[in-house]
Design a protein around this ligand. Sequence first.
Ligand code: GLN
Ligand code: ZN
Length: 813
Amino acid sequence: MTVPTTTPFPGGTILGYPRIGRRRELKRAVEAYWAGRTDAVDLEVAAGTLRRETVQRLVALGLDPEDGSVPGSFSYYDQVLDVVALLGAVPARFRDLLDDEDGSLDLDGYFTVARGRGEDAPLEMTKWFDTNYHYLVPEISETTPISFADHRVVREYAEAKEAGVTTRPVLVGPVTFLALSKAADDAGDGFHPLDRLDDVVAAYAELLRALAAVGVPWVQLDEPVLVTDSVGVDPERVDAAITRAYRELATGLAPASADDALDTVPERPRLLVAAPFGGLAAPGADGRPARDGLALLAGTDVEAVAIDLFEGGVPAGTGPDGTVPGLASKTLVAGVVDGHNVWRTDLAARLGTLEALRGLGARSLAVGTSTSLLHVPHDVDDETWTGPAADRAGRTPALRRWLAFADQKVGEVTTLARALTGGPDAVRAELDEASAALADRAAATGVVVPAVRERIAALSATDFARGDHAGRVAAQRESLDLPPLPTTTIGSFPQTAEIRRTRSAWAKGELADDAYRAAMRDEIARVIALQEDIGLDVLVHGEPERNDMVQYFAELLDGFATTDLGWVQSYGSRCVRPPILWGDVTRPAPMTVEWTRYAQSLTARPVKGMLTGPVTILAWSFVRDDQPLGDTARQVALALRDEVTDLEAAGTAVVQVDEPALRELLPLRRADQPAYLDWSVGAFRLATAGAASSTQVHTHLCYSEFGEIIDAIDGLDADVTSIEAARSRMEVVPELHEAGYTRGVGPGVYDIHSPRVPSTAEVTELLGLATSAIDPGLVWVNPDCGLKTRGYAEVEPSLRHLVEAARTVRAGL
Ligand code: GLN
Ligand code: ZN
C-alpha cells in the first residue's frame, strides 16, 4: 500500500562526496592494511574517522544535519563492488570467501574480489559512464548467491547518527547494477544478469526495511543506466526493469512519512532515484523524446527524482501545460551544479534554470549536483599554488576565483537553495560575486588568444590529410628499412624508485636543472643500450621524465594549470590529479625534442618520438566549459603538430601519438557518437598530418574492444596502430582482417598488467595466431602497453622472449 508523503525533500543536497579523504587518508589507510603494516581494526578506525569528519564537514558547509541532505556515500574501494558485497553476489571462484552463515564478505574478502588472489583474477575494471572513475564489473549467473547479506549501510547510518548527522544512504540502484554486470562464466547461453532482477530487488527490499527500522528518512538509489543506450542492453529492457523494480520497492513497501496520520510502521525510507551523467530525455527523429526517462520515473511511486541538468538541459514536459504527469507528487532534485567539472557555477543563470523547472509541475523543487562530487577534488582552498613548480604549472593568480571543487560546490548548492525559498535578494552578494568571477574569467589574459583563433580559422581540409597511404608505405620502407615483424615497445620503461625520486626532487626545487637533466640522460642512455642489447628494431627513450602522460604535457603547454592537492579517485586506492585546461592552448617551446634527439644520437636504429594525443589530453583533464570540446581539441592538436614538425627536424623518423582515451570519451548515447568521432578523429589527424610521407606515424590505443569504432580507427590514418591483445589471445586480429584493415598493426603479445614473464614459445604462438589471421607484412611485435608500472626483473626477460619469438616467426615466413 502507498502512503502519501508529506515531508518534502531537503532544499539542497549533493549526490555524493569524495571519499578518499582531503589528504588521501583512505588511500593511505587501505594501502597500509594491504601491505600488512596495520590490521583490520586500524583500517576501520581510520575509515570511521574519515566518515565522521566528512559528514561533519558537510554540515559545516551548510547541508542540513537532520533531514537527510548529507549523503552517506562512503566506499572502501568502489560503489559497484559495495553492491556485490551487499548481496554476497561474488563469482564462483570467490564463493569460499562468503560467510557460511549469512553469505557476507568480510573486509579481506571484499578486497580480494577487487584485487584478485593467485590464479583467481579480480573482477574486471571499466569506466563509470563518462568519467575517469573505474568500477568493478560484477559477474552474475543463474546460480550467483543474491541476498541482503551485508549490513554495512545500516551500520554507517548509525555511526553518522551518533556523530549528530542524519545521512541519506546512497547506493547504486538495482537496475543499473545488473545492467552493468556481465554474465559469469558459468551462466547459460542467452543469460543476462537482468534475468536476476527479482532476486536483487527482493534483497534491496530487505535492505530498505532494515533502514526504515532504524529511522532512515531517505535513501538514494543511483540509476544512471537511464541516460545511456550503449551499455549492451536494450533501452526498452532497461525501462521495463526500472518500472518493475520500483513498483516492488516504492509501491510495494509503505514509505516513511514524518506526519503520517495513518500511523503505519514505515517499511522503507523515502526514495530518491538519481539519473546522473546525462539528460533523461533522448530526442527522437522528430525532436520529441524517443525515450523519456523522466516520465518513466515520474510514473513510479518514488518520492524524489534527481536529474542532471548540466548535460541534459531542461526537459520538456509531455503533460498538460508542459508538466510531467506524475511529478506532482514528487520532489525534483535539479542537478544545476556540475558534479564532474571544476568551474565555478554561474549562479544567476542556474537560478533561471530552476525557475524554468517550476513549469514541470513537481510537488517541490530542490537544488542538487548533476552527479556525485566524487569526480572533483576536495577544496580549492587547499591549494597553496606556491613553490618553484608553480610558474611552470601555469597557475594564474585569478584561477582560484574561477574554480569550485567539491566544498565550493556544496556552498553553491546551499546558496541556490536559499535563493529558491527566499528569492534572489536573499543571496544577492553571492550571486554578484559569482557573476563577477565569471566576467573576470571571460576577460582574463590567455583565455582567448587571438593568434590561436586565427590559426584555427585558417585551417583547410589539406591540413587534416597526409599523402596517400601506398606512397607512404613505400617512402617509409626506404627511410626505415625494417625487417618483417618489426619489434618495438609502447614507450615507457620501468619507472624505478630512483627515477621517481629524482623527478620529485627536481619538481620541489631541491635538484638543479643541470643535475636533473644529467640524471635523465643517464637513464635514457641505459634504456637505449638495453634495447640494442635485446635486439629491438624501433627504440624508445623510455619516458623517464614523465610523471604522467597527460600531466607532463599540461605542465609544458600554456592554457593548462596543474594542482598540488587536486586528487580524484580513479579506482580503488588510485588517485589522479587531472590538469585544468583554462585557456587557449599554445606551446611556448618544444616539449619532447631534447630527450628524443639525445636518445637518437646514441643509436643507429630509429627512436620513436612519443606524444600524447589531443583526445587523451582532454579526456584526462578538466576541460573548459566555455567552448565546444572539438574547438579545444583542435588547439591541442596544433600544439602537437608543431611538436611533430620539430621532432622531424631533429631527425625523428617514427612518431607515436598515443590515444588510449579515444574510446573512453565516446558519448553515452549513440545519437551523439558520430559528431564526437568526427571531431576527435579530426583532431588526431590535425596533430599528425603535418608529418612527411617518410615519417611513420604510430598510435597506441591500449584496449582492444573497438568493433564499434573500427572505422574511426581507420580514419585516424596512422601508419601503425598498437593495441592490447595478449589476454584475449589476438582475438582482435581476425576482426581487423574482416574489416579489411590494411595498416600496420601491433597486437600486444606481452600482458604488462601482470608480473608474469611470457615464454618465447607463448609469444611465438600468439604471433602465429596473428600472422595467420592477417597479412604478416602488416604485423608489428610489441607489448600490450607501456612498461612503466613493471620492474626490470620481469621486463628484460619478457622483451628478450618477444624478440626471439619474432625472429623465429620471421624465419618461417
Ligand atoms: N606511451 C605510453 C607508455 O608507454 C602509453 C601509455 C598508455 O597507453 N596508457 O607508458
Ligand atoms: Zn596502453
